[in-house]
Design a protein around this ligand. Structure first.
Ligand code: ATP
Length: 233
């Protein structure tokens, strides 16, 4: 579904990604793991058109999407859920969800919002409150639901568990599992390697801008190198 070939991205003289190649299969959850500063966020931003690569190519459903505008990429079916729970803090919960549907022209937007409120009653109860007043966990749920409002084929999730209490992390991962079961393809960037590999069909390890390992989630979980570097083993 998504093919990345020899992607290099620079910030001035800093090379954040060096000839990265990877593939994402339709209907699967692919995890991208790596330490701070490895280049994970840079990769997601480049896929969603927020950064322009120095070289390399990105194909989505066989269409070349690098150097295309970010809004066109959303229209083609890629939604980016950024790290740091970036809700629109002064907009209400409901308005945040509606903004996620900015590319849609169908009549089902209200219905989709209601179905998220049914699934997450805490969001429903706070529908008219400003999103900035929600708890960290509620904000994370909201940004994921906002990204889903574009009805994406591919969802890019950046560090959804960051800074959340363990119970809330479990809730977030239950939602990620559900998204996958509903048939949406997911690229998940995570520092919580254990949780990520438990849901991942496939995983890639990124180290200082280079892919150093790729395998199934199960094999990565069992690998000595991954155990030592990412699973505290
Ligand atoms: P984290 O988990 O800390 O977000 P990451 O794996 O997502 O890490 P990136 O944020 O993609 O890593 O950063 C990759 C490299 O690019 C790092 O060396 C970082 O310092 C650098 N970098 C990121 N953003 C910028 C920027 N706007 N200007 C300059 N350098 C940047």
């Amino acid at each position: 579904m998504l093919e990345i070939k020899d992607l290099t991205v620079r910030y001035g003289i800093i090379e954040a990604l060096s000839k990265v190649s990877l593939g994402i299969e339709e209907g699967k959850l692919t995890a991208l793991l790596g330490a701070n500063g490895a280049g994970k966020t840079t990769l997601l931003k480049t896929i969603s058109g927020l950064l322009k690569p120095a070289s390399g190519e990105i194909f989505f459903e066989e269409k070349r999407i690098n150097n295309k505008p970010a809004d066109a990429i959303v229209r083609w079916g890629i939604a980016h859920c950024p790290e740091g729970r970036k809700v629109f803090p002064r907009q209400t919960v409901q308005e945040n969800l509606r903004l996620g549907a900015f590319t849609r022209k169908d009549q089902d937007v209200d219905q989709d919002i209601e179905s998220f409120f049914q699934k997450f009653p805490r969001l429903g109860e706070r529908r008219d409150q400003k999103a900035g007043f929600l708890s960290g966990g509620e904000q994370q749920m909201l940004v994921i639901c906002r990204a889903l409002m574009s009805r994406p084929k591919l969802l890019l999730l950046d560090e959804p568990s960051m800074g959340l209490a363990p119970l809330v992390v479990s809730e977030v991962f239950a939602l990620i599992r559900e998204i996958k079961e509903d048939g949406t393809t997911v690229l998940l960037v995570e520092q919580n390697a254990k949780m990520a590999l438990q849901v991942a069909d496939k995983g890639y390890i990124l180290e200082t801008g280079k892919i150093v390992m790729e395998d199934t989630g199960v094999n990565l979980m069992a690998s000595d190198a991954v155990q030592k570097s990412y699973l505290g083993g």
